[in-house]
Ligand binder design. Structure first.
Ligand code: NAD
Length: 347
C-alpha cells in the first residue's frame, strides 16, 4: 500500500499491526514524545481505504500533541486506528490481537477510548496490555462527560466572544453526531433552553433526541446548512471544507469532533465568511485532561480535573483575542501556541 505523506509533519513513529486470522489491521501513530509519552485513543472505523486510515491516524496524533500541549499536560501525541466496523467486526479475538500489538510498543503509546472503542473495550484491553487509560479498573473511566463539559464551556466562551452574552436560551444549535459526547452536549443545551437541530447515522438516536429534547432531525449535509446560530460538529472530522463552508448559516463553529477542518486553508475560509471557529483540539481537551489525571502523584482525583476542564473557556478566550489582535485565524494561533510549547520543551 502506498500512502502519499507529502505535506504532513514528521512523525516519530508509525506502526502497522496486521493479524488477518483475527481480523486486525491497526495503525498506531506517534507524533511526538517531547512533552511525555504519546497518549490518544483508539478509533475503530471502517475507512474506505488504507490510505484514509493512515492519514486519519497521522492527523489525529498530531492533534493530540497540540491538545495536550495547550492543556498544559506532560503528554505527547499519539493515536491508533483499527480499520473495522465496530458494530459488526469488533471481536474479542481482534482486541486480543490489538493488545499484543500494544505490548510490543512497550509503553511508548498510551491508548484510551475513541469512536468505536467503548469503556468495556478499554477494560478488556487493560487486562492484556500496559498503558491503557480511561478504564474502570483503577483508571478514570469514561472521558466523554469531561469532553462534553469542556466543549460546553468552550462553546459558551465562543458565544460570549461573539455576542457579549453566553445565555443559551433561544439560541439555535445544530449538533452533528449524537454519540457519547454529542448526546451529553444536547442534554446541557436543552437544560439551558437552546433550540436543537440534530443528525446522526443512527435513527434510534435521532428519534430519541426528538422526543427528549424536542430536537428537529435532519439528514446528511442538511445539518451544515441548518438555519442556526451555532454548529457543533460531534461526529467524525473533515466536515469543514471548500464544499461545505459556503453552506454554513451558523456564525460560530464549536464542537467536539477531531480534525474538523479538511485543510488548513479552511480556517481562513471560515474567517472570510465571518464565522468564529473554536479550534477542535482546544475545545475537546476535557477527556484527555481527565485521563492525564490518572498519572498524577497520589492517583486519580476528580476534584483536580473539574477546574482544569473549566479553564478551557479561558484558553479559548485568549486564542480568540490573540487571533483578533494579530489578524490570524484561531486555528493558526492555537497551532502556533502548541508548537511554541513543544519547541521550548525540546530545547
Ligand atoms: P461516538 O462514537 O460515541 O459517537 C459518534 C456519533 O457520530 C455516532 O452516533 C455516529 O453514528 C455519528 N456519526 C458518524 N458519522 C456521522 C455523520 N456523517 N453524520 C452524522 N452522524 C455521524 O463518538 P464520541 O466519543 O461521541 O466522539 C465524537 C467526536 O468527538 C469524535 O470525532 C471524537 O474523536 C471526538 N472526541 C471525543 C472525545 C471523547 O472523550 N469521547 C474526546 C475528544 C474528541
Amino acid at each position: 500500500d502506498v500512502v502519499n505523506l507529502d505535506g504532513f509533519d514528521k512523525h516519530e513513529q508509525v506502526w502497522l499491526g496486521r493479524d488477518t486470522a483475527r481480523g486486525l489491521t491497526a495503525i498506531v501513530s506517534i507524533h511526538t514524545t517531547v512533552l511525555g509519552p504519546a497518549l490518544g485513543g483508539t478509533r475503530i472505523w471502517p475507512h474506505k481505504s488504507f490510505e484514509a486510515s493512515v492519514i486519519d491516524a497521522l492527523r489525529l496524533s498530531r492533534g493530540m500533541t497540540f491538545k495536550s500541549a495547550i492543556a498544559g499536560l506532560p503528554l505527547g501525541g499519539g493515536k491508533a486506528v483499527i480499520i473495522a466496523d465496530a458494530k459488526t467486526e469488533k471481536t474479542p479475538a481482534m482486541l486480543e490481537a490489538y493488545a499484543e500489538m500494544l505490548n510490543t510498543l512497550q509503553g511508548q503509546y498510551i491508548t484510551a477510548e475513541d469512536v468505536g472503542m467503548t469503556l468495556a473495550d478499554a477494560d478488556f484491553l487493560a487486562g492484556r496490555a500496559p498503558n491503557v487509560s480511561g478504564t474502570t479498573k483503577g483508571g478514570s473511566g469514561n472521558p466523554s462527560p469531561f469532553t462534553a463539559e469542556g466543549t460546553f464551556v468552550g462553546l459558551k466562551a465562543a458565544l460570549r466572544h461573539r455576542t457579549g452574552s453566553d445565555d443559551l436560551a433561544g439560541i439555535r444549535v445544530a449538533v452533528q453526531g449524537l454519540g457519547s459526547v454529542g448526546w451529553s452536549l444536547c442534554q446541557k443545551f436543552h437544560a439551558e433552553g437552546a433550540v436543537l437541530t440534530v443528525c446522526d447515522l443512527d435513527a434510534i438516536r435521532t428519534t430519541r433526541a426528538a422526543a427528549q429534547f424536542a430536537a428537529t432531525v435532519v439528514e446528511g449535509n442538511a445539518i451544515i446548512s441548518a438555519d442556526v446560530d451555532i454548529f457543533a460538529p460531534c461526529a467524525l472530522g473533515g466536515m469543514l471544507s471548500t464544499d461545505t463552508i459556503p453552506l454554513l448559516k451558523a456564525k460560530i463553529v464549536a464542537g467536539a469532533a477531531n480534525n474538523q477542518l479538511a485543510t488548513a486553508e479552511d480556517g481562513q475560509r471560515l474567517v472570510e465568511r465571518g464565522i468564529l471557529y473554536a479550534p477542535d483540539y482546544v475545545i475537546n481537551a476535557g477527556g484527555v485532561i481527565n485521563v492525564a489525571a490518572e498519572m498524577a502523584d497520589g492517583g486519580y482525583d476528580v476534584a483536580t480535573v473539574t477546574p482544569r476542564v473549566a479553564r478551557i473557556a479561558d484558553t479559548l478566550k485568549a486564542i480568540f483575542e490573540r487571533a483578533d489582535r494579530e489578524g490570524r485565524t484561531t486555528d493558526a494561533v492555537a497551532e502556533a501556541m502548541a508548537r511554541e510549547i513543544v519547541e521550548a520543551a525540546r530545547k
